[in-house]
Ligand binder design. Sequence first.
Ligand code: PHE
Length: 475
Amino acid sequence: MVASTASGEREGWSSRSAFILAAVGAAVGLGNVWRFPTLAGENGGGAFVLFYVACVFLLGLPLVISEIFIGRTGQDDAVGSIRKVAEKSGASGAWSAFGILGVIAAFLIVSFYSVVAGWVLYYVGVMGGDFVSALLAGDPFRGALIGESQEAIQGRMGDLFASPALLLSMHLAFMGVTLFIVARGIGSGIEAAATILMPMFFVLLIAITIYGAFVGDMDEAVAFLFTPDWSKLTPQVMNTALGQALFSLSLGVAGLITYGSYIKGASGLGPTSLTIAFADTGVALLSGLMIFPIVFAVGLDPAAGPTLVFQTLPFAFQTMPAGALIGLLFFILILVAAVTSSISLLEVPTAWGIGEMGWSRRKSSLIFGGGAFLVGIACLLGYNVWSDVRLLAFWPLFAELDILDTVDGFTGKVMLPLGAFFTAIFVGWKADRSLVEKMTGISGIWLSVWRFLIAWLCPLAVGTILITGLFPAIL
Ligand code: PHE
């Protein structure tokens, strides 16, 4: 439960597959099951989806390799790892500043991530209660929330948002679980959680997708997700797709630097990173194939926005066979995905506190978990008592947003792409080439391809999208 074992050795994963499972757990989260379907729906489906997949493999994958390379080589927290790679490469230690950026971004993200996961927890409660009453009525396979009108079902979210106490208790419970796992450390905390939760997640995902294929409108969902209408691919949509690719792969916040630093022994980073990227993208697409058939079957609007899974789906579950049960399982699935991601987010500042400040794991996780809890409170009050607060009122892009959306937007549109940009420049131009070759285990033609992507394509694409995203007026 402390930063290192009694012998002073740093913590680590028990095996390569343990690392992959934890990294996939970090990647697969609200981003896949909630944000991706929301964005695909809002941005018109096909063209967005295909551009997103291109971003994952051309920009995301090279960055995944780069972050893990830094952590694996540095064997330290994000800042320390960058500093060590810089030292070994004869570059300035000032590069470690982008590690600090990542630590701050991870801290901010986990604060609102826990609030959103709290909504999911609330819906687990709602659907759980409903399923219990179905059981008691001797009808376990009935639809969800029978007898409630569409307005009443959709009104549940408004009731939740209007109640600071309810939002707060859900946020507290979720952050408490996150903190508990992180405080236990890498082996008996994060690795143990991923080992239990990720298989559970995959079983649920596949089961509900098969269910959706039977009772829902799979043809329309497939057409919606994969038929591109290129006229919908505006610069704003591209920007959103890239931001989503970075967020979903957990890039730009030093998450994979931190997780990579717990890899002991040799590891070919090419196949490892490819596995992470495939799993993450596969889950996003499967989530779309899980959600949209159900949405289309009852003729609901795919572009409902962030409330899609909270307001649209529970209503859809009403008319579906076994909707009460499937609805409950659906929200449990999202919750499980959220836990394995939130622990990776909290681990970034926690590792920083251990590595740079010399704190114990327990102290560091408590400070950052507690701090993120407080920031999260501000986010949730933004839905009720502080609903007119606009944190970045002077900045047109963020001027209209409530507190949570401001923190989400600022981290996602500014901090994450900046982190990714500096990672690409650092690894593409500053890191010692033979060190890179040795520590990634990538060579030959693949090394040249990866080098081109990380040194040229990533900085150019991420930089362009960052600038056009931040200053839409120049387009
Ligand atoms: N990738 C996670 C998701 O899709 C979110 C996340 C971002 C986790 C950054 C860690 C770091 O939900």
